[in-house]
Design a protein around this ligand. Structure first.
Ligand code: COA
Length: 356
C-alpha cells in the first residue's frame, strides 16, 4: 500500500456505508432513528415499534410484531431452554446464540432476551422462566430475568431504554456485524460477532462499572476527590466521553428523563441525584484536562441509573443493552446484504523488509 497514505486510526470519521437506519450528529448531539428523533421515540414508542421502523420504516405493526416476538421467544426457549452455563452474561449470549441455526431476525431478537433472562436466573441459582408470549418484549424479558412480573411503570422505563439503544449509526458492534455480513456469512455469525464487540468496556461494557463508581462515591461531596484520584491513577471515567458526540449524548438525556418519569410514579431511584452531581464534577474535571476535546456523559451513564431503578442486577446491564441493540444489528445485516460490498480495508506494512 502507498506508504504516504494517512492511516484512519480507529476509522474515525470514515464513512463506510449509506444507511437509512439511524443518523448520529455528533456536533449537535442529535440522534435520528429511521426518521424519528430519539427523544420522541423514547417518550412515545415501544420496542416493537422500533423493530418495525428499523425493518421496513413502519411503526404501525407493533401489535403484530409483539405477537411475532412473543412466538420467537417461545421458539428460542424451546431450542435453548436453560441456556449455556457461563460466568459472564455476554459470554452466555455468545455461546447461546451460536447454538442457533436461523436466518429469522425475530428468532435472534427473541433469543437474546431468552438467553439473558435464563442467565440471570441461573446466576440467582434458579431455573429459567419460560416466556409469556402475550407480554411486550420489555416486560417479558424482565419477567424472565427477575423471575417475577415487573410493574407497569418499571416495564415502561425498561421499554424506553430498549427503544433508546436499539440503533446508533456505525458503532463498533454494528460495524462488526456488517463486516461479517459483507462476507456473505449467516445472520447468527454476524450477531455473535456483534455480541463480542459489545462486551468491551469501551463500548457496551461500561454501565456496570458506572454503577460501581456511583456506589463507591456514595455522596455528592465525595465526587470530586474520587474522580481526581481515578484520573491520577490513569483510569478513565466510565460513562463519560464518546467517539462521535462532541456534546452530551442525547440518549443520556432521554434515559435521565425516563428515570425522572419513573420517580414521578413513586419508584425512587437510588442514584439519580448522585449521578447528576457526579456527571457535573466529571465533566468539569475532564474539560480542564482535555480542553480541546469535549468529554460529556454518554448513554451508559444513565443506563446504569435507569436499569438499577428498574431493578435489574448490574451484571445484566450489558446483556440488556444487547436485548435492545439486537434490533439494530439485524436491520444492519439486512441492509448490508441488500446494498453492501465486501468490507476489506487496507493496512500499512511496518514490518521488516525481506533481505535482498
Ligand atoms: N475518562 C477520562 N479520559 C478520557 C475519557 C474518559 N471517560 N474518554 C476519553 N478520555 C481521554 C483519553 O484518555 C484521551 O486522552 P489523551 O489524548 O491524553 O490520550 C482523550 O480523552 C481522547 O480520547 P480517545 O481515546 O481518543 O477517545 P475515543 O474516541 O477513542 O474513545 C470512548 C471514546 C467512549 C472509548 C472513551 O471516551 C472512553 O473510554 N469512555 C469511557 C468508557 C465508556 O463510557 N464507554 C461507553 C461508550 S458509549
Amino acid at each position: 500500500m502507498d506508504p504516504t497514505k494517512e492511516i484512519a486510526d480507529g476509522l474515525e470519521g470514515v464513512v463506510v456505508a449509506a444507511t437509512r437506519l439511524s443518523d448520529v450528529d455528533g456536533e449537535r448531539g442529535r440522534l435520528v432513528v429511521a426518521g424519528h428523533d430519539v427523544e420522541a421515540l423514547g417518550e412515545r414508542a415501544c420496542f416493537e415499534d422500533v423493530v418495525g421502523l428499523l425493518r421496513d420504516g413502519e411503526a404501525t405493526r407493533a401489535r403484530e410484531l409483539q405477537e411475532r416476538l412473543g412466538q420467537a421467544r417461545v421458539a428460542a426457549f424451546g431450542a435453548l431452554g436453560e441456556g449455556p452455563r457461563a460466568a459472564d452474561g455476554m459470554d452466555a449470549l455468545r455461546a447461546g446464540l451460536a447454538q442457533l441455526d436461523t436466518e429469522d431476525p425475530d428468532l435472534v431478537i427473541g433469543a437474546v432476551a431468552v438467553i439473558a433472562g435464563a442467565w440471570a436466573r441461573a446466576r440467582a441459582g434458579e431455573r429459567a422462566v419460560p416466556p409469556d408470549p402475550a407480554l411486550s418484549h420489555a416486560a417479558d424479558f424482565a419477567r424472565m430475568a427477575l423471575g417475577r412480573p415487573l410493574d407497569d411503570a418499571r416495564a415502561r422505563a425498561l421499554d424506553a431504554y430498549l427503544v433508546t439503544v436499539a440503533d446508533h449509526g456505525m458503532n463498533a458492534s454494528t460495524f462488526a456485524a456488517r463486516v461479517v455480513a459483507s462476507t456473505g456469512s449467516d445472520l447468527v455469525s454476524c450477531v455473535v460477532a456483534a455480541v463480542g464487540a459489545l462486551k468491551g468496556p469501551l463500548h457496551g461494557g461500561a454501565p456496570g462499572p458506572v454503577l460501581d463508581m456511583l456506589d463507591a462515591i456514595g455522596s455528592p461531596e465525595r465526587a470530586l476527590p474520587w474522580l481526581e484520584a481515578e484520573l491520577a491513577a490513569g483510569r478513565r471515567i466510565m460513562g463519560m466521553g464518546h467517539r462521535v458526540y462532541r456534546v452530551r449524548d442525547p440518549r443520556a438525556a432521554v434515559l435521565e428523563r425516563a428515570t425522572r418519569d419513573l420517580e414521578a410514579t413513586g419508584v425512587r431511584s437510588r442514584h439519580l441525584d448522585l449521578a447528576q452531581a457526579v456527571e457535573r464534577a466529571a465533566a468539569a474535571l475532564l474539560a480542564r484536562r482535555h480542553p480541546a476535546r469535549a468529554l460529556a456523559a454518554n448513554v451508559e451513564f444513565y443506563t446504569a441509573v435507569l436499569l438499577d431503578a428498574v431493578g435489574l442486577p448490574r451484571e445484566l446491564f450489558s446483556p440488556t443493552f444487547a436485548v435492545g441493540r439486537a434490533a439494530g444489528w439485524c436491520a444492519h445485516v439486512a441492509e448490508q446484504r441488500a446494498h453492501g460490498r465486501l468490507i476489506r480495508p487496507a493496512s500499512r506494512y511496518v514490518g521488516p523488509s525481506p533481505a535482498d
